[in-house]
Design a binder for this molecule. Structure first.
Ligand code: RFL
Ligand code: PHB
Length: 389
């Protein structure tokens, strides 16, 4: 098989790139390790920056999102019983969009399939060959049969545990990492959200987040220990713990119900540099991870796809390689700022096992400053709605 851009990974990054390039007549093949249903079963992001929404529109896949999404103009931060709101719209003129990663991935799969886009599921043993030459190729197997794709470029969109990043030699690659001493236990339920906007809560029992997918579907998270097992958390235990971590008036309004999904995610900050090696380009979680506190994971993937898409267009339409040559530099400049915001909101809102009295006073002073200072709120809002691409 031959294609122009071989894409490893059929998550949101890979599918969005494939759909954008298809609209410009550039041929792609997507290789996905799992099945479509498995990918759609992963409950992840829920908050989109307008930059992401614009890319979905450019890809021609925003119809359902535009009809069903919820616009949020601000968010609530709680510290113990004290609550305040940061008004994104007033501070930046922009909002964020609530639309689940599951839904937008489904829209992307539907769009690719509607035009006969090539997606190969259940691939195993993907190996990238000759990424540092002008003629790379991939080998992989499906149902035990060996396959090969020749291509002009490879997009590594295969997430944190993929093979693309590992293909870049160790003497070229530098990795930066911070692992946090806790995880997030998430619960999805068909219950009305406790509040019309998100509530990020720093309580003495640890962090909690009230999020949502629609007017009837809620997503809640609580900070948990890394040694916790999801099977040990009954729904009732989850709801009881969540209530204890919310201001009283919020806890009293909480509507509970049976969970649809529960899972634990560890928290990590991670960046690999460079994001390009020869004709291989890393995008999204394959290159960087943020702790979810700032809702930046999927949104940083979107800026990578923006830079790579425009770089490839410039190459194919104008014969100019400036965009792809500067891909890593442009993508990383924005990513490090999102890393900083995600790291700082994580530090601001969680209780750390080794936190002493002084550390807690610093955290409280930071939150007080944010509550009282409009410029500080504006800085938070600019980061939350997303820095320009
Ligand atoms: P994905 O989604 O991990 O997709 C990668 C795909 O590659 C496949 N794959 C392979 N395929 C072929 N060969 C191989 N060797 C392969 N290895 C892997 C995988 O099966 C998979 O289908 O990466 P992508 O596309 O870069 O998308 C990234 C996002 O999924 C991620 O950043 C976000 O979900 C992060 N995130 C959030 N981001 C936000 O912007 N806003 C949020 O509100 C938000 N909330 C979250 C989150 C992530 C969370 N977890 C569980 C980590 C909340 C949580 C709890
Ligand atoms: C979510 O709804 O899953 C979500 C929202 C905001 C975050 C992280 C996750 O910061």
């Amino acid at each position: 098989m031959r294609t122009q851009v071989a894409i490893i990974g059929g998550g949101p990054s890979g599918l969005l790139l494939s759909q954008l390039l298809h609209r410009k007549g550039i041929d792609t093949v997507v290789l996905e390790r799992k099945t479509r249903d498995y990918v759609l079963g992963r409950i992840r992001a829920g908050v989109l920056e307008t930059g992401f929404v614009d890319l979905m529109r450019e890809a021609g896949v925003a119809e359902r999102m535009d009809a069903e999404c919820i616009i949020h103009d601000g968010t609530v931060i709680a510290f113990g019983e004290k609550q305040f709101r940061i008004d994104f719209r007033e501070a930046t003129g922009e909002s964020v969009v609530i639309y689940g990663q599951t839904e937008l991935t489904r829209d992307l799969y539907d769009a690719r399939e509607a035009v006969g886009g090539k997606i190969v599921f259940n691939v195993e043993d993907v190996v990238i060959h000759g990424a540092d030459t002008d003629a790379p190729h991939l080998t992989y197997s499906v149902d035990g049969a060996e396959k090969r794709i020749d291509c002009e470029f490879v997009a590594g969109c295969d997430g944190f545990h993929g093979v693309s990043r590992q293909t870049i030699p160790l003497n070229v690659r530098r990795e930066y990492e911070k692992v946090y001493p806790f995880g997030w236990l998430g619960l999805l339920s068909d219950t009305p959200p406790v509040h019309e906007e998100l509530i990020y809560s720093n309580s003495e029992r640890g962090f909690a987040l009230c999020s949502q997918r629609s007017w009837t579907r809620s997503r809640y998270y609580i900070q948990c220990s890394l040694s916790d097992h999801v099977e040990d958390w009954t729904d009732q235990m989850f709801w009881n713990e969540l209530r204890r971590r919310l201001p009283q008036d919020v806890a009293e309004r909480l509507v509970t119900g049976k969970s649809i999904e529960k899972s634990i995610a560890p928290l990590r900050s991670f960046v690999t540099e460079p994001m390009r090696w020869g004709r291989l380009f890393l995008c999204g979680d394959a290159a960087h991870i943020v702790p979810p506190t700032g809702a930046k994971g999927l949104n940083t993937a979107a800026s990578d796809i923006h830079y790579l898409y425009h770089g490839l267009l410039q190459y194919y339409e104008e014969g100019d390689s400036e965009g792809i040559d500067r891909y890593s530099e442009k993508a990383l400049a924005r990513i490090w700022k999102a890393e900083r915001f995600s790291w700082s909101t994580t530090n601001l809102l969680h209780r750390f096992p080794d936190q002493n009295g002084f550390d807690l006073k610093m955290q409280k002073a930071d939150i007080d400053f944010l509550r009282e200072n409009r410029e500080a709120q504006s800085v938070f809002a600019q980061n939350y709605v997303g820095l320009p691409f």
